[in-house]
Design a protein around this ligand. Structure first.
Ligand code: DX5
Ligand code: ZN
Length: 227
């Protein structure tokens, strides 16, 4: 089942509760935390996540684009996140961190920038609930989808299948009605969409449309057979 996670990076930050309401029916709300060090942009931190968690019933999918996630990620679980994604390029001890996120009660997820291969992290997969393959360079919304990431999505899905794991595979960056089917065919089952949802006249309708496109595209895909 395809999951659509609208990214509030493309929402109105002065009206976050309303913007969450505007995508009612979404599986998760994707929250991009940027620290102006790991990426050249700055967004929000723990206090905003705490407030947002109180303001919406939609579970929060935190994407931490920050240095030192080993130190900060557990605080986002305490702030109310249902899923916390750290970048493996920034993590000092990814296994320890994934275990800590899970022990605190959230889903643990590892993100890879476009230039980071999945293969060195094969042994980490059983420690994770989700892998995030970035399909743009992290830092900004509204960038063009990188087609060149499709083989990595496919190889990641193959590794998950080979180990018979229930790990979700998320894609983030440039996901829209024009690109979501290619991602789903390659093996993604969780789709982040910022501008494609909040740039639409009716964001909730955009979510439904994306979910339908992804669902159809993955229905016959090799990796989804039997799911
Ligand atoms: C980018 C963020 C994304 C961003 C995606 O670094 O991680 O979540 O919001 O935006 P779109 O869907 O517009 O590419
Ligand atoms: Zn993101």
């Amino acid at each position: 089942m395809a999951q659509i996670n609208p990214s509030i990076l493309s929402a109105d930050f002065a009206r976050l509760a309303d913007e969450a309401e505007a995508v009612r029916g979404s599986d998760w709300l994707h929250v991009d935390v940027m620290d102006n060090h790991f990426v050249p942009n700055l967004t929000l931190g723990v206090p905003v996540v705490e407030s947002l968690a109180r303001a919406t019933d939609i579970p929060l999918d935190l994407h931490l684009m920050i240095e030192d996630p080993d130190r900060w990620a557990p605080q986002y679980v305490e702030a109310g996140a249902g899923s916390v994604t750290f970048h493996v390029e920034a993590a000092a001890a990814p296994v320890r961190l994934a275990r800590e996120i899970r022990a605190k009660g959230a889903r643990a997820s590892m993100a890879l920038k476009p230039g980071t291969p999945i293969e060195p992290y094969e042994d980490l997969l059983p420690e994770l609930d989700m892998v995030l393959i970035m399909t743009v360079e992290p830092g900004f919304g509204g960038q063009a989808f990188l087609d060149i990431m499709l083989p990595k999505i496919r190889r990641t899905r193959e590794l998950i299948a080979r180990h018979d794991l229930e790990v979700w595979l998320q894609v983030d960056g440039g996901v829209s009605a024009a690109t979501i089917e290619r991602c789903a065919e390659a093996g993604a089952d969780v789709f982040v969409a910022g501008s494609a949802v909040y740039g639409a006249e009716d964001p909730a309708e955009a979510v439904r449309n994306l979910r339908e496109l992804a669902g159809k595209a993955s229905a016959d895909a090799w990796w989804a057979c039997g799911h």
